[in-house]
Design a protein around this ligand. Structure first.
Ligand SMILES: [Zn+2]
Length: 259
């Protein structure tokens, strides 16, 4: 059975694109360094195929041409252990997930390159931390019925309280982010969206407002809430997608899938 392996040049490109770090966001092990022999460098990385090099391999795609199978676009840089893991547990590591890892990792490396070294280390560390943060942000939204239960929207004051609490929770999470890092910026964007909603409904007395299709204030409130849900839903969808986190229950149904 023919194997469509990567050339040495392609492997080198993959290592460079990943800056020799394992691409798995939970690992990020550095795969290059000095050997104990003063003349030698030590490489422990591995150019893994996203879609297998041969028919019986993991994630094999029969529609790929030989050139596509051998191209850097079909490769991902991993440490040996992660390389082994993604190949032995194929269902746990589908093509989409590996592509998302690669895309995020390369974007992060591009960002890291703009910074000084100590800042780079901080960014790398914050990236592995940010998966945990991403999960916690999503849980906050799963816990807030205001985003998916239509019934809750019928109580504007409840909506207000829920959003205010959410704002406080998000601000607390921000303290754990690297300042100006991508997760920090993400939370700031969410806070801005929520603030925009509050600005819009500022002139309404939410404690008195009641569900009434004939009341223009009510209709205005309902529209503002719908816009908020859509905008927040989109942002949460992007977050979940980029960290390969699956959304649960009603929240999953109410969120548009970003393309
Ligand atoms: Zn690894």
């Amino acid at each position: 059975m023919p194997r469509h392996d990567f050339s040495v040049a392609v492997k080198r490109q993959l290592a460079l694109r990943a800056a020799h770090f394992c691409t798995n966001p939970l690992c990020l092990r550095l795969t290059a360094g000095p050997g104990s022999n003063l003349e030698k460098g030590l490489g422990t990385g591995h150019a893994a195929h996203i879609c297998a090099a041969s028919k019986l391999g993991p994630r094999y795609d029969e529609n790929q041409t030989e050139a596509e199978r051998r191209s850097a676009n079909n490769g991902i840089w991993l440490c040996r252990e992660c390389g082994d893991m993604v190949d032995k547990d194929e269902p746990g590591f589908p093509v989409d997930k590996l592509r998302a890892w690669k895309c995020n990792h390369e974007a992060m490396i591009a960002e890291v390159r703009q910074q000084g070294w100590s800042k780079s280390i901080e960014l790398l560390r914050s990236n592995s931390m940010s998966i945990d943060l991403a999960r916690r942000i999503i849980v906050l939204f799963e816990d807030r019925r205001v985003f998916w239960a239509s019934f809750d929207a019928e109580f504007p004051d409840r909506v207000r309280m829920s959003l205010e609490q959410l704002r406080a929770n998000l601000s607390t999470l921000r303290r754990e982010c690297a300042p100006e890092g991508s997760m920090d910026k993400f939370i700031v964007a969410l806070l801005k969206t929520i603030r925009h909603f509050f600005n819009q409904v500022e002139h309404l007395d939410l404690t008195k407002l009641q569900c009434d299709g004939g009341n223009s204030d009510w209709l205005f409130f309902e529209m503002a809430l719908r816009t908020l849900r859509k905008s927040v839903g989109y942002q949460i969808g992007v977050l979940a997608n980029s960290y390969s986190i699956s959304l649960q229950g009603e929240l999953a149904e109410s969120i548009p899938t970003p393309k």
